[in-house]
Design a protein around this ligand. Structure first.
Ligand code: C5P
Length: 219
């Protein structure tokens, strides 16, 4: 392992979308390339942390020195996160699908000769909120909030509602999805820090450096 400010620390990262099956060939998902989450896992490893990356389906290579656990659905992600605790810090970057199909058809739903199916949806578990409420909450729990409008307002509300220590607010009204750059603000209990637009790798390193600093002071 690398020597660094996060040596001896365990950092848990979630990344990518989740896929919620409708039938064997169709699914519901959020848009997410996984790039920002993977960059965060990589930055944590570079700073010396032991890193567990719980990943939804993406086409990205595993960053060097990172333990990757692949999942497909939100419920699998929730289980994998639970099994990966305890951690000193968790950074939940995954774009988890809020809903899944209530019934999953065993066979492919046929198009011909029938009306379009009506999907009944049911709510998925909120992984961030349940880690916050659980008995093994990491010392520093960081969520992401992808918003298209009133970014800071919504992200600030999300921080308290979900019980996260920090929320990284992410304006996705532009070309962020799948793109190489990102512009974020870090919302803590004491205020907001705006970071300039940077490549996702640089955003990841800036966030992880602040996390390393904060872990030195929280007990
Ligand atoms: O509510 P929203 O999806 O915008 O919240 C975003 C934050 O909550 C992210 O950190 C995301 O990873 C996390 N989340 C989660 N489980 C869900 C939904 C969101 O962990 N079911």
């Amino acid at each position: 392992p690398v020597e660094g400010p996060l040596s001896g620390k365990h950092v848990l990262v979630t990344a990518g979308p989740t896929h919620e099956p409708i039938d064997p060939v169709r699914y519901i998902a959020n848009r997410s390339s996984g790039k920002q989450g993977y960059a965060i896992a990589e930055a944590a490893a570079r700073l010396g942390a032991r890193v567990t990356l719980v990943s939804g389906p993406v086409s990205l290579p595993t960053p060097r020195g990172v333990d990757r656990v692949d999942v497909e659905t939100a419920r699998q992600m929730a289980d994998a996160v639970k099994h990966s605790l305890p951690a000193d810090c968790a950074v939940m970057v995954a774009a988890v699908a809020d809903w899944r199909s209530k019934d999953v058809s065993k066979g492919k739903i046929k198009k011909r000769g029938s009306a379009p199916p009506v999907l009944m949806l049911t709510e998925n578990p909120d992984i961030l909120a349940s880690v916050a409420a659980g008995g093994r909450k990491p010392k520093l729990l960081v969520g992401f909030a992808a918003e298209t409008d009133h970014v800071l307002e919504h992200a600030t509300e999300k921080r308290t509602r979900k019980g996260a220590d920090w929320i990284v607010a992410n304006d996705v009204s532009g070309d962020v999805m799948g793109g190489a750059v990102n512009r974020v603000a870090i919302i803590t209990s004491t205020g907001v820090e705006h970071l300039p637009e940077m490549p996702k790798e640089a955003v990841a390193m800036a966030i992880m450096e602040r996390i390393a600093q904060a872990l030195e002071t929280v007990e």
